[in-house]
Write a protein that binds this ligand. Sequence first.
Ligand code: ADP
Ligand code: MG
Length: 536
Amino acid sequence: MALASAAERVAAEFEYSKEDVNRGVQAFIEQMDEGLGKVGATMSQIPTYVTAVPNGTEKGLYMAVDLGGTNFRVCSIQLHGNSTFSLTQSKVAIPKDLMVAKTSHELFSFLAKQIELFLKTHHGEHYQSHVERKASMIGLGGYKDEEIFSLGFTFSFPVQQYGINKGTLIRWTKGFDIHDTVGKDVCALLQKEIDALSLPVRVAALVNDTVGTLMARSYTSPGKTGTLLGAIFGTGTNGAYVEKLGKVTKLKNMGEEAGEIDESTGEMIVNTEWGSFDNHMSVLPDTPYDKDLDKESVNPGIQMFEKRVSGMFLGEILRRAIVALVNDPSVPLFSDEDSSRNDVHSTTIIDPSSPLYQQWGLDTSFLSITSGDSSSGLKVTRQTLDVDYGVSAASAEDAEAVRLIAAAVGKRAARLSAVAIAAVVISTDSLAKTGDDVDIGVDGSLVEFYPNFEDYIREALRDIPQIGPQGEKRIRIGIAKDGSGVGAALIALVADKAMRAGPPTEVTRRDSVVGGLSGLVQSFFGGLNRTVRMRV
Ligand code: ADP
Ligand code: MG
């Protein structure tokens, strides 16, 4: 078979039609509703107890850390109170062996070490004076709280939250697997390691990256209406949005466990955990490559939406599609034309130790490189294949075949992303509710770097009758650059104020549960937010 037509055939397997998109949206809305009604649904729809978004006037210096799927970021953020901020950050790749360590201590002590390094590097004076003061105060009953950084801990895994800085890990995702951590309070784990290093840092708030993105975007976004949705398209994918409190019906059934809820804004931010949308595969596309990827993953049958959308998986989908073509004797992909032998395996130009032959060997950044390659003869793609993937002397036809399939995988991911975005916009009736644009904050390397990812999303949004070309124009999508850091800082700020103020009298007995502190979280943003009623 000619290479070009073989590649087209594979690319066609990733087509995700207008009809598919609409069926997806329908199912997505149904599964969102189901999650709002009960605990343990496919989509977790986790109530965050944060009931309003910031408006840009918040101020102060805070620290934030972000344990994503790939990197650990440490930053300090100065909020200027005029929708702008200054941010200092460091980033380190999480060593693979720590992702599957035997004990939480191994991972969390590594994180604390990074915080120490950051403080020494970027806040050396503060750090030094802390160390000296501490030494001089031994036996004097400690030092003052103001000298301590409040830190927002962005932890982008499913968590059952019990307080503003208290939450237990439900399950690991994105390739992490440390049994010891499941069911433990991740803030306490981090604080323990911070204390072991005597750092001047208090873990003040536990933040999901989606909520952080929503907060950060709302702090920086133009317009008078708050942001509707914060969405991540990075290692994983997930979204948090502003829901009507009355629709979060499972809160009623949770009784005491639900904690105190401030009802003054009539809204609550819900963390969808949409990575697990349609785990039972009623509407998601399922190519042979998707099936095999899932079967050989650490969590088969779980995070099925994420496995078709996010950075951790797209490279692996493409890798499997490429290997299938290479192994097809009738398709001359990466074949060695000079070879006189007929045995296919001996006539490929792929090095036997190429990452292309290893699970997870192909990084999703390669999809961006090849999809955006406009060099003549796809020179850039061929060079990358050579340098990073052990394919020497790939032909222009080889590169074109790879690019065609990569583009199809990327486009399908973007159209699936549109399904999630549209479902949130439609189910909250946001286009009808406001005359203003509907604002969406996004973050993650995939949406940031994959060429035309947003354009593909928009194309799919226009394919949905409830949105259409008119509605699509009114949906504003903005990268919440450094979103998780700023968002975590904003929540740390609020938690901090709440702590200084002390728990409100009516909830003194519950001051360790989320209602007690979050009541203040809510009233703080609720009081400042332009879009919600003032609280007297
Ligand atoms: P995290 O999810 O840890 O917060 P990122 O948002 O940076 O981190 O996402 C990392 C994921 O994005 C990885 O799966 C990586 O393969 C993918 N990625 C990195 N660079 C690119 C790129 N240029 N284009 C597409 N995907 C990328
Ligand atoms: Mg991230």
